[in-house]
Design a protein around this ligand. Sequence first.
Ligand code: C5P
Length: 205
Amino acid sequence: MRFTVAVDGPAAAGKGTISRALAERFGFAHLDTGLLYRAVGAKGGDPVAAARGLTPEDLRREDLRTLDAGQAASRVAAIPEVRAALIAFQRDFARRDGGAVLDGRDIGTVICPEAEVKLFVTARAEVRAHRRWLEVGGDEARVLAEIKERDARDMGRADAPLRPAGDAVVLDTSALAIDEAVAMAGALVEARLNARALPPGKTGL
Ligand code: C5P
């Protein structure tokens, strides 16, 4: 069975938590595509060569989750040749047998426009900064500034800018507990899976 769930949205909106929960509940494979860009940024040197030569070991580096790694990722992610080098791997993952959840910025718009479920998970920048600060500590104002800078770069780039696909369901988690957001996302996936299991012409209602 091929079934792709695309989960896009800005940093610290809850994409990762929702994606991991969906993968666990439905037995799908999960790919955090931000890790690919973080690994390219962390390698240093020529980012295009780094993207073309990315290895599984590169994704296991321990320093990929820092604020600096996020900034480096968003800089290399604006380079079209870097994005192009990572497309085939992500598309193959999305269409693997058994179902897949991919989270990122351009999954529903560029990588997998035919995904069975598209979610755009978002929240106010202050709420996202507070969540990220609880994880990484330090100065909360700096975390907010970093998030706003990364949002602006990710939304403003010419190639695959961050935006919801026209047919994405927008999930604003500003005022939602994470388990509420997970439950809403799970209900959407379940409804789509059930609709696929019905014979043609039946609506399921
Ligand atoms: O999701 P995460 O914060 O790990 O992503 C790091 C950066 O990688 C993002 O700010 C964005 O610039 C880039 N990215 C992207 N496309 C994706 C996933 C991440 O451009 N599909």
